[in-house]
Design a protein around this ligand. Structure first.
Ligand SMILES: [Zn+2]
Length: 488
């Protein structure tokens, strides 16, 4: 099966870099790109003229929303309410799965459909264990893999695991409660999932080790993770360098920095992805200057999530400095909305504030991170680029709406004036995923109603975990008081 897309703008790949191709054509056969250029003269089975669109490599999201929206609830907490959003110490002793397996499956489907609608073609899901009794399970991920294959996205999957959980003590102090055997069992489930992926033998499902946050894993479990990753040649993604609380916890428990812990447990020798990567020596709350951390991170892929970071009040110091130091920067959405176009735009402007110059991070540097950077992190030179021989993973963003404004450069117009909702079509491994703005076979109205009801379940459960026993309505007051009917 041979397909051709034609579009006014194509972000092609030539001589090792992205290039802009006007009035371009992209032709693929089965899962592989055959031709990118102006004049394909062979036959095609399907021919689609997209008109005023930008066709580019599919977006790679390596800290991908895989859950229902929680940022809506937890990104604006006061110092008084903030601790209430964590597990209380008491809840850790009686934690439960907030969702049934069927509900969990629906949450996953909802999240994956969101990714597809936002032009993402390759994803690595965030660990979402807040609503679990401990961490993620093999069964849950076997189900997620099935959903992912049905939708047709390219997933790097693995159940999360941890030896401990962050809690709040009755006096308000933060602590971590450990259950080391549960951590070891989690790693065994993750290893079993590696076998499962091998048996599936589907190019759309690849395995990864996705443990939780660094402070919640014992050095023993971190070391075992590194060994397994090297033995099975799979990437590891570990949330770390994320916040001061993490840095303090690692110092208290292991008398070193999170970065030193990565080194001493062998994780720096793996294909390591570090989401956020914010809190290193350069960060103003640490030393405010480079004392060697960037050099120590060389070879690591930092999964930068500009939109989520901003919404939780933090920023990378800085995109330009990390890039100049030779770190591989790739992107993640991390939370709702999974909109990497907005994420890239936010990142471009945050870099201006941090570095104090308008060219601190260019639109093209961010687009490279969302495509080539992601591919590099996964060790996949066949992804993130539109060139013959690469996998047919591509997305088309419309630019023909009056609200998109005028065009000078299609990439700048998309980032400055558009959002990922401009995505109309996508293809993964040669197969259509997004068609005319819809994911075929998905009842989006039904999914929306289901998600709203699952959100209510999730919201109510915050009340069970709050250290002070407040209800969800007390933890999440509305923006404005409710209207009161005047007396007749
Ligand atoms: Zn994250």
């Amino acid at each position: 099966m041979r397909t051709r897309w034609r579009a006014a703008h194509v972000l092609a790949h030539q001589d090792g870099r992205h290039v802009l191709l006007g009035d371009g054509e992209v032709v693929w056969e089965d899962d592989t790109l055959l031709y990118v250029g102006h004049r394909w003269d062979g036959a095609v089975d399907e021919d689609i003229d997209l008109g005023e669109h930008l066709v580019m490599p599919g977006l790679i999201d390596l800290d991908a929303l895989a859950d229902i929206d929680h940022l809506l609830l937890d990104s604006w907490a006061s110092p008084d309410r903030g601790p209430g959003l964590q597990w209380s110490h008491a809840y850790a002793g009686r934690s439960r799965d907030v969702f049934t397996p069927a509900e969990r499956s629906a949450v996953r489907e909802y999240a994956l459909v969101q990714l597809a609608l936002h032009g993402i073609t390759t994803y690595m899901p965030i660990a979402s264990e807040v609503h679990s009794s401990w961490a993620e399970t093999f069964d849950e991920f076997a189900d997620l893999a099935a959903t992912s294959r049905r939708i047709g996205l390219r997933g790097y999957l693995g159940p999360s695991y941890r030896s401990g959980v962050n809690v709040v003590r009755p006096d308000g102090r933060r602590d971590i409660v450990f259950d080391e055997e549960r951590g070891r069992a989690g790693l065994r489930e993750a290893e079993r999932f590696l076998d499962h992926v091998e048996q599936l033998d589907d190019p759309l499902v690849r395995a990864a080790l996705l443990p939780c946050r660094i402070e919640t894993l014992t050095p023993e479990l971190l070391r075992a993770t590194a060994e397994l990753a090297l033995r099975r040649d799979v990437p590891v993604r570990l949330h770390c360098l994320q916040g001061l609380q993490e840095r303090e916890a690692v110092h208290r428990l292991h008398d070193c920095t999170p970065l030193e812990l990565l080194g001493s447990t062998g994780l720096l020798d793996t294909r390591l992805l570090v989401p956020h990567g914010l809190v290193i020596d350069r960060h103003p709350d640490v030393h405010g200057e480079d004392r060697g951390d960037l050099a120590a991170l060389a070879g690591v892929s930092v999964v930068h999530c500009p939109q989520t970071s901003l919404r939780y009040g933090s920023v990378l110091h800085s995109f330009g400095a990390y890039r100049r130091a030779g770190l591989n920067l790739c992107l993640g959405t991390d939370s709702f909305p999974p909109d990497l176009i907005r994420g890239m735009d936010v990142g471009v402007h945050l870099a201006k504030v941090v570095d104090g110059r308008a060219d601190a991070a260019s639109a093209e540097a961010y687009v490279e991170a969302a495509t080539l950077g992601g591919a590099r992190a996964l060790g996949r030179p066949d992804l993130g680029r539109l060139a013959p021989g690469a996998r047919a993973d591509l997305v088309a963003f419309r630019l023909d709406d009056l609200r998109d404004g005028v065009l000078d450069d299609p990439v700048r117009t998309l980032l400055l004036n558009g959002t990922a909702r401009n995505a109309t079509h996508s293809v993964v491994n040669g197969r259509p995923v997004l068609v005319d703005g819809h994911v075929p076979g998905i009842d989006t109205d039904g999914l929306r109603r289901r998600a709203q009801s699952l959100f209510a379940t999730m919201r109510a459960a915050y009340g069970e975990r709050d250290v002070r026993g407040r209800t969800a309505d007390e933890l999440f007051p509305p923006t404005f008081p409710a209207f009161v009917d005047p007396a007749p």
